[in-house]
Design a protein around this ligand. Structure first.
Ligand SMILES: *Cc1c(COP(=O)(O)O)cnc(C)c1O
Length: 395
């Protein structure tokens, strides 16, 4: 058999062909009317994609650059902040806030879990200036309760800004920045928007823009106020990733197209799509006798984290999928390596892709003689088919 290489990873995700063509054609200078028209349009579309009236800033960086920008622009040395972490990306908030001299109170839960609102409340102090958290922790496939945390901060009359790494939350989860009162949502290009790594973006509330007037951590390349001033004129402060911005425009057009020309509707479809692919995958894994890592009700739709059978290294499954089918899935990150594997649903994945990876997983289970008592070909696929039919019957 020939094997087509396919990514099933939660970033980088598979590329949208229309975005690749737009990149290849983006031979324009960034101080021209052509670029200003493109940039202005993409910034306006991004607001609709995030679902906010707040200004959105694009940075030429990976997602971590936007995480750093949120810390350097919104905190001062000595600020007391609260970090909520239960995985590799949560730990990044701890390191970043410490690197910028913040006094970080940390609520840390084991990988695969999430925090209760009581735990968040107990750790919140009157002097807490900001709360940092992920919408979905990509390393464990767990979704955190952003709405609950936002409501808690309001109920406590906290002055803390709520800063959310939604890099794999955007486009996979229904998020309501303005309705819930979230101050910063951060996104990245190589996730739900189906283009290569290299751009990050931040939606920033009026309250957070005000905070920036008084904070004094050092910042230069990632100066959000400077970017906002330039963006108002259709430009970026420095040479931007022109090709990626053209790709982003094409991708947002595609998402709008999925919603009959309406980007908000298109985003909802994209979220429902990820939710459906994730539910199919969970049903299939469970029917095969595999266990899921995330607690019930907190499974992220960005990626499903699946535990290998007891005594089996997850690397056997990751390697089997690659060598037999050229399907690239990710092993656990950090301390979870060998203990789980993750199948992504964020961005450009559909029913066909999901059925294919489940079929491949069944082949690998048999070929690698995984100890799955009672498992036979088709168990996972039948469950996935039923889940798909149930979830899409009325849509
Ligand atoms: C991918 C990802 C990041 C990091 O993005 P980089 O582009 O690798 O810097 C941060 N947080 C989450 C939740 C992610 O999934």
């Amino acid at each position: 058999m020939i094997r087509k290489t396919r990514l099933f990873t939660p970033g980088p995700t598979p590329l949208l062909p229309a975005a690749q063509f737009a990149m290849a054609a983006a031979d324009i200078h960034h101080r021209t009317p052509e670029f200003r028209a493109l940039y202005t349009r993409v910034l306006a579309q991004l607001k609709e994609f995030v679902g906010t009236v707040n200004d959105v800033i694009i940075l030429s960086s990976g997602g971590t650059g936007a995480m750093e920008a949120s810390v350097s622009n919104l905190t001062s040395p000595g600020d007391r902040v609260l970090v909520l972490t239960a995985g590799k990306f949560g730990e990044r908030w701890t390191s970043l806030t410490k690197a910028f001299g913040c006094q970080a109170d940390v609520v840390e839960k084991p990988y695969g879990q999430t925090f209760t609102l009581d735990e968040v409340k107990a750790a919140l102090k009157p002097e807490t200036r900001a709360v940092f958290v992920q919408a979905t922790e990509s390393s464990t496939g767990v979704r955190h309760d952003i709405k609950g945390i936002a409501e808690l901060l309001k109920a406590e009359k906290s002055e803390a800004l709520l800063i959310v790494d939604a890099i794999t939350g955007l486009g996979t989860t229904h998020l309501d920045m303005d309705g819930w009162g979230v101050d910063v949502f951060i996104g990245g290009s190589q996730k739900a928007v189906m283009i290569p790594p290299g751009l990050s973006y931040l939606a920033i509330s009026a309250r957070a823009w005000d905070r920036m007037e008084s904070t004094h951590n050092p910042r230069y390349y990632f100066d959000l106020r400077k970017e906002r001033k330039n963006a108002a004129k259709g430009e970026s402060a420095y040479t931007p990733s022109v090709a990626l911005i053209a790709a982003l425009g094409a991708s947002l057009d595609y998402i709008a197209g999925q919603g009959g020309g309406n980007l908000v509707e298109g985003r909802k479809k994209l979220v429902d799509n990820a939710e459906t692919c994730a539910a199919m995958t969970r049903s299939a894994a469970t029917a095969m006798g595999l266990k899921l890592f995330a607690p019930v009700g907190y499974e992220a739709a960005a990626a499903t984290a699946i535990l290998p059978p007891d005594g089996t290294d997850s690397g056997v499954i990751v390697k089997g999928l690659k060598s037999q089918f050229a399907a690239i899935v990710t092993d656990g990150q950090g301390e979870m390596k060998g203990h789980l594997f993750r199948i992504a649903h964020i961005g450009f994945f559909d029913y066909m892709d999901t059925i294919a990876i489940i079929g491949a997983l069944e082949q690998v289970a048999i070929a690698a003689k995984l100890p799955l008592p009672g498992f036979a070909f088709g168990n996972g696929l039948i469950a996935a088919q039923k889940t798909f039919a149930e979830l899409t019957a009325t849509k």
